[in-house]
Design a protein around this ligand. Sequence first.
Ligand SMILES: CC(=O)SCCNC(=O)CCNC(=O)[C@H](O)C(C)(C)COP(=O)(O)OP(=O)(O)OC[C@H]1O[C@@H](n2cnc3c(N)ncnc32)[C@H](O)[C@@H]1OP(=O)(O)O
Ligand SMILES: O=C([O-])CC(=O)C(=O)O
Length: 377
Amino acid sequence: MEVARGLEGVLFTESRMCYIDGQQGKLYYYGIPIQELAEKSSFEETTFLLLHGRLPRRQELEEFSAALARRRALPAHLLESFKRYPVSAHPMSFLRTAVSEFGMLDPTEGDISREALYEKGLDLIAKFATIVAANKRLKEGKEPIPPREDLSHAANFLYMANGVEPSPEQARLMDAALILHAEHGFNASTFTAIAAFSTETDLYSAITAAVASLKGPRHGGANEAVMRMIQEIGTPERAREWVREKLAKKERIMGMGHRVYKAFDPRAGVLEKLARLVAEKHGHSKEYQILKIVEEEAGKVLNPRGIYPNVDFYSGVVYSDLGFSLEFFTPIFAVARISGWVGHILEYQELDNRLLRPGAKYVGELDVPYVPLEARE
Ligand SMILES: CC(=O)SCCNC(=O)CCNC(=O)[C@H](O)C(C)(C)COP(=O)(O)OP(=O)(O)OC[C@H]1O[C@@H](n2cnc3c(N)ncnc32)[C@H](O)[C@@H]1OP(=O)(O)O
Ligand SMILES: O=C([O-])CC(=O)C(=O)O
């Protein structure tokens, strides 16, 4: 049997949730093009789609949105614990620990019946935003702000994070970003969640594992790395030379390249437009200009090899504009992706539900004699 390095090209299950055409740069959630969802949908509606496989009717959407809103507040015990987490911790470590601790507070933690999974999933989807916003406030030396039920998920997230009600335009930007990041097939973190869940572990454990996987700079952590790259480059004038030097040293340009897309990631296309909008309107033009030059200069070498900007390339410019420092970029990704993780766990349990256990080609020796300790060289 051939080794599929990095599991590339391996199909391990079926799914209806997401279709990616990597050659054409197209993405669909349950068959709906991502651009349409980003423009017309809301995080709540897209989450309903990911959990139910279809768009909600008006009343269903109202009830679903209200159910999420009711679940936003965190238990007092968890809020107290947050104050004892190290302030210096990375927000992804904070989130990973918070999800794990939240699981310990659930007396029915291990119930993985479909109904329980759905309810616990809704709880996590609602609470991720509250956890990340509370962490932001604590890092800023301020008290966490309790959620409001009268705001949309995106608007309430910004309200809790920044302490002021966002403008409709800001809420719309956050909504679009959350929709764009909500789902992407069997990326590393979703696969991690499924691998964990396939052992019939509890939902919190599977999601804790997924958060841990998203943190890595080859995956969700790349959005933070892109902003660090912008800071290192410093000025648009330096960008071309920086890229040439980087590529000459065979180093990677963060936010570019993808296992599946060999064309422009359609999400990066939408985010580029949003980043341009905030650059023109609100003065993040330096960051945006640097990215445009990096995209062009690196593209000369990388585009012919099928390497283009991915979802993590332009998102940070939008998040900065919404008041977040770079350490919070990956947690914002998680606030969105939790919907995809929960959706996939529900789907996997229904469609497949088999233990994941790949193999490796053995390349070691056999029947190696056991040498007693005294006799070893
Ligand atoms: C939400 C997301 O997870 S999107 C991805 C976020 N990650 C990043 O932006 C990090 C930068 N990108 C990368 O590291 C890669 O493109 C990955 C890990 C995302 C996907 O790569 P893979 O499909 O596994 O390809 P692999 O790592 O084998 O690279 C193939 C070749 O392309 C090159 N390459 C891939 N990405 C880049 C890049 N960003 N810059 C420069 N070269 C690159 C590699 O150096 C390698 O070259 P070689 O064949 O000469 O050794
Ligand atoms: O699909 C992947 O491998 C990574 C990605 O873009 C995502 O998780 O959004």
